[in-house]
Write a protein that binds this ligand. Structure first.
Ligand SMILES: [Zn+2]
Ligand SMILES: [Zn+2]
Length: 236
């Protein structure tokens, strides 16, 4: 049985998890080079508030952000959350954690560099998951780890906690999203954030409701100066 499973693994891992083509040397983890290249990277100009890709730099802020303000200063994202990226993030969370994590780590560092790096940022906080078991995988923690290592910043995983088991945000309407994460986060060890500018790290930003709720907990419970956000992917 074991051998059979290993054999299946071998067969499956030899094919791209997006298009099913045989993987060659251009592969990135479990995806072929062609599918990986189809990921739409976000590069300047992007909305200075939510990080959405803008077509020209004539306008700094997108229509949506002109109508509603965020508690965080800005969000920057590496790629658009659609197609291959949607599938790849799912695989990252539930299957190919290590290898895809490495590629996403690189993608994250490149995007941050393209958007002016991390000057002014004092520390990183991954958006926490609600932990049922100690071993639960938090993809935001992996990404924050890469950024911390690459840019020499401390990662604080013992400051922000999710105290409510929330539903996945993408299943909900805009209003439900805000309600879903309301009061979901709490702060410990706030002295770590004295006069700090925090970079909050997560995998996906949709309406920004989760990031706003985290920013509220951080700014309300500590002497942090401001919260900025980095997410691997930005939903359009
Ligand atoms: Zn493919
Ligand atoms: Zn915007």
């Amino acid at each position: 049985m074991r051998l059979f499973e290993e054999l299946l693994d071998l067969i499956f891992s030899a094919r791209c998890r997006e298009c099913g083509e045989k993987l060659d040397l251009t592969r990135r983890a479990c995806l072929c080079g062609k599918c990986w290249d189809a990921i739409r990277l976000i590069r300047p100009p992007a909305c200075v508030s939510c990080g959405k890709q803008m077509k020209s730099d004539l306008e700094a802020i997108c229509g949506e952000c002109r109508l509603s303000k965020h508690l965080f200063i800005d969000n920057r994202s590496a790629a658009v959350y659609d197609g291959v990226m949607r599938n790849a993030i799912h695989l990252f969370k539930y299957e190919d954690k290590r290898k895809l994590g490495e590629y996403f780590g690189e993608m994250t560092a490149e995007a941050l560099s393209a958007f002016g790096g991390v000057s002014g940022i004092d520390c990183l906080i991954p958006v926490p998951i609600f932990r049922k078991k100690h071993r639960d995988f938090n993809q935001a923690e992996v990404l924050a780890g890469y950024i911390g290592k690459k840019f020499g910043l401390p990662v604080y995983s013992d400051v922000l906690f999710r105290v409510k088991d929330t539903k996945p945000q993408h299943e909900l309407s805009r209003d439900e999203r805000r309600q879903n994460v309301s009061g979901a986060f709490s702060l410990r060890n706030p002295e770590k954030l004295d006069s700090a500018t925090v970079l909050l790290v997560d995998d996906i930003l949709t309406t920004g409701a989760t990031a706003d709720e985290c920013a509220a907990a951080i700014l309300g419970g500590s002497k942090a100066v401001s919260v900025r956000v980095f997410t691997l992917a930005r939903a359009e």
